[in-house]
Design a protein. Structure first.
Length: 118
């Protein structure tokens, strides 16, 4: 099992999966409980729904660059960034992000753990 498959199948840690268009395709129960969202609120929405506005442009540029070059520019360690919760609050969380190919398309999985819960 590769890193993408391992992360995307995790049930014990908060995980969100988005397609190459930035649309949320899957969130696990742990993510929903931790960040106070429902599947109905997230599935099919842009991934930026869980990002504060200050991160959205950088995120969009990074994804576009990756899809054009297929070169990973993210560091190989966790990033501490804020996540927007379903109730509008934010939580600083550790992000581990991996990409995997499904057919011709890229899919992105992120393990997003509130700081202090690693």
């Amino acid at each position: 099992m590769d890193c993408f498959e391992s992360l995307s199948s995790s049930e014990d840690e908060p995980v969100v999966i988005a397609d190459n268009n930035g649309l949320i395709r899957s969130v696990n129960r742990c993510f929903l409980e931790t960040f106070k969202w429902s599947q109905e609120d997230l599935l099919g929405e842009l991934l930026t729904i869980i990002m504060p506005a200050k991160y959205r442009d950088s995120h969009s540029m990074g994804i576009s660059r990756f899809l054009a070059t297929e070169i990973r520019m993210l560091p190989d360690h966790a990033l501490d960034l804020e996540v927007v919760c379903g109730d509008g609050s934010t939580i600083i969380s550790s992000h581990i992000i991996v990409a995997g190919k499904q057919g011709d398309d890229w899919v992105f999985a992120g393990k997003i753990t509130p700081r202090g819960q690693h």
